[in-house]
Ligand binder design. Structure first.
Ligand code: ZN
Length: 259
């Protein structure tokens, strides 16, 4: 009964939404990593974006005006993660706050000696447990294809990770997935990646991934969508786990497009 009501309500939201088809196409054209979506995937992404925009409030900070095209660009990137999951993966919070550029969070932390420090490092994005996602517009705007850096995917991957508590690189897995396989894949890849970064090796994947298991999951998610061939070549087991978690195969999508 509840399921049926929810489906009906969603259908009504989608039918009533006025999403300009030209604006939608222009949005997709700016995101080369979304090239190769089948017609069904494209339609499902569009519907997910409508539900996302219906349930989230995207607003500017520090004087930034948010245009419809900006909302769509953020929503399309956020929704590719849940293309084959459900809009409820982003339930329980509402706000997306967008600064014009990198922002300095008022974050304080206490070290082992009890000294309070203020972290003044500028950030491109932040995701709060049960709270907002904060983004820098300068970093949301699309970059050259395939550099593997995508702040929207990064922060929304943290949101998925936080569905079962603090971000730790272990989101809630689907039925049929193995906690042991996930942990084995990510632990060995993380150890190898940290070794490479410590050895000053040039890595195609953003070295920020070495920061913590939570950052490793978020950065690998960015790379999974933006440069799937690299992730699969370097860390096949991680690619396979991410493909099961996100229930999609960006590499196959890309190769289907090339043929
Ligand atoms: Zn992060």
């Amino acid at each position: 009964m509840f399921q049926a009501f929810r489906r009906w309500r969603r259908r009504r939201i989608i039918e009533r939404a006025a999403l300009d088809p030209a604006l939608w196409q222009a949005t997709l054209a700016q995101l080369p990593f979304l090239a190769g979506l089948s017609a069904e995937d494209d339609e499902r992404l569009r519907q997910t974006v409508i539900l996302f925009l219906h349930t989230k409030s995207i607003h500017g900070a520090a004087g930034l005006e948010i245009e419809p095209a900006m909302q769509l660009l953020i929503a399309a990137q956020a929704c590719i993660l849940i293309l084959n999951l459900d809009i409820d993966y982003y339930a329980g919070w509402v706000e997306v706050i967008v600064y014009p550029d990198e922002f300095v969070p008022k974050a304080e932390y206490v070290d082992e000696d009890g000294v309070v420090h203020t972290d003044l490092a500028p950030r491109a994005g932040e995701a709060w447990l049960q709270g907002p996602v904060i983004l820098s517009w300068a970093d949301v705007a699309p970059r050259a294809d395939g550099d593997g850096v995508n702040v929207v995917i990064h922060e929304f991957a943290h949101k998925l990770d936080m569905l079962n508590g603090d971000a730790n690189g272990f989101p809630p897995l689907h039925a049929g997935m193995s906690r042991r396989d996930w942990t084995a894949a990510f632990e060995s890849a993380y150890a190898d990646f940290c070794r490479r970064v410590d050895a000053d090796e040039e890595t195609a994947i953003d070295p920020y991934a070495a920061e913590s298991p939570a950052e490793f999951f978020a950065v690998m998610s960015e790379a999974f969508f933006e440069m799937p061939a690299t992730v699969r070549a370097d860390y096949r087991v991680v690619y396979d786990q991410l493909a099961r978690f996100y229930q999609q195969d960006p590499l196959q999508r890309r190769s289907a497009q090339v043929q």
